[in-house]
Design a protein around this ligand. Structure first.
Ligand code: ZN
Length: 321
């Protein structure tokens, strides 16, 4: 009997370790040592031009550009948003190639780099920028008393492609709900956690362009990473829907197929919100064990942890945004 108790205890401890480490087991399983091979150049149609043999540029209007990396297997899209006084570069890709000359060829204004979140495929890694602005959340501020933010392995995940964890020199903190004036246009910062705790979206108030990072894009959305949270995701969907005009054009940070930048609209966010509510209530069943795949719509799939590991408590109060 005593022996059985020991066995039960040992299994419980091993189970707990496995649960706490599950993300890292996954990240290491996904890791590769060599840089990923480049895909063949894609046919991007007439609206997109190749900047060189790697980057593409697509003008969304006169002063707004989607900069694509269609040959990188994750097919990243970053966005240059220029006003009359300064420009914002929302995301910088993984940094296998330097995105700065691409952005500088599109504007002569000073450029502020704003990451949608801190994953290695958005932060640019070894690339440095003149100005950096990040979301102002209490736990990030507390870690950066001199405005130097050392990212964590969990936030960055660069181990998957052999990147060292960078330290960000921060010039500007962007409070959720705050405005970022660029001169003749203004962006609003929306805190949209879910994919990660620190994820933001940027709304261009005038044009209705809404840049959503990894929170939403056409394809599989990742809600099972170390910084992910299902309660956060629902909060993020609520915030996006409340904060954006119905005519908004959404541009995400990845796509699954050519041509052009990954574009969605607010209907997609409403479908995501509805699916999240149904997952929470148990009405929507997923497929698979880890991650579990929930079908949101023909364009969207949400990859989450199994139900018993899902955390439905938002980590930050929804601010007035
Ligand atoms: Zn990400």
């Amino acid at each position: 009997m005593k022996r059985l108790l020991w066995i039960v205890l040992a299994v419980a401890i091993l189970g707990a370790v496995a649960v706490n480490q599950r993300h890292f087991i996954l990240v290491h399983a996904m890791s590769f040592s060599d840089p990923p091979a480049l895909a063949e150049p894609t046919d991007e149609g007439a609206r997109v031009r190749w900047h060189d043999d790697y980057f593409t540029v697509q003008a969304l209007d006169e002063n707004t550009f989607a900069i694509g990396e269609p040959r990188y297997y994750q097919q990243n899209y970053s966005y240059l948003i220029a006003g009359s006084e300064r420009a914002v570069l929302f995301d910088a890709g993984p940094g296998h190639r330097d995105i700065r000359p691409v952005a500088q060829a599109l504007t002569s204004l000073p450029i502020t780099f704003v990451p949608s979140h801190f994953h290695y495929d958005h932060i640019g890694n070894e690339i440095t920028f003149d100005r950096v602005a990040v979301v102002d959340l209490p736990y990030l501020r507390a870690r950066a008393p001199a405005n130097r933010l050392q990212l964590t392995l969990e936030e960055h995940l660069g181990v998957a492609e052999g990147f060292a964890i960078p330290t960000l020199e921060i010039d500007e903190w962007l409070a959720p709900g705050s405005l970022v004036p660029l001169g003749d246009r203004t962006l609003r910062v929306l805190h949209t956690p879910g994919h990660t705790e620190d994820s933001i979206s940027l709304l261009d108030i005038e044009s209705g362009f809404l840049f959503t990072g990894d929170f939403i894009y056409p394809g599989p959305l990742f809600a099972f990473l170390p910084n992910s949270g299902m309660g956060d995701y629902l909060q993020g969907a609520d915030t996006l829907l409340r904060g954006s005009p119905t005519r908004a054009r959404l541009f995400g940070a990845h796509r699954v197929s050519a041509p052009g930048a990954p574009e969605l609209d607010t209907t997609d966010v409403a479908q995501l919100q509805s699916a999240l509510r149904q997952i929470k209530s148990g009405e929507l069943e997923g497929e698979g064990f880890y991650p579990v795949s929930y079908r949101v719509s023909s364009r969207l799939e949400l990859l989450a942890e199994p139900r018993w590991l899902q955390n439905w408590t938002p980590r930050h109060p929804a601010s007035a945004q």
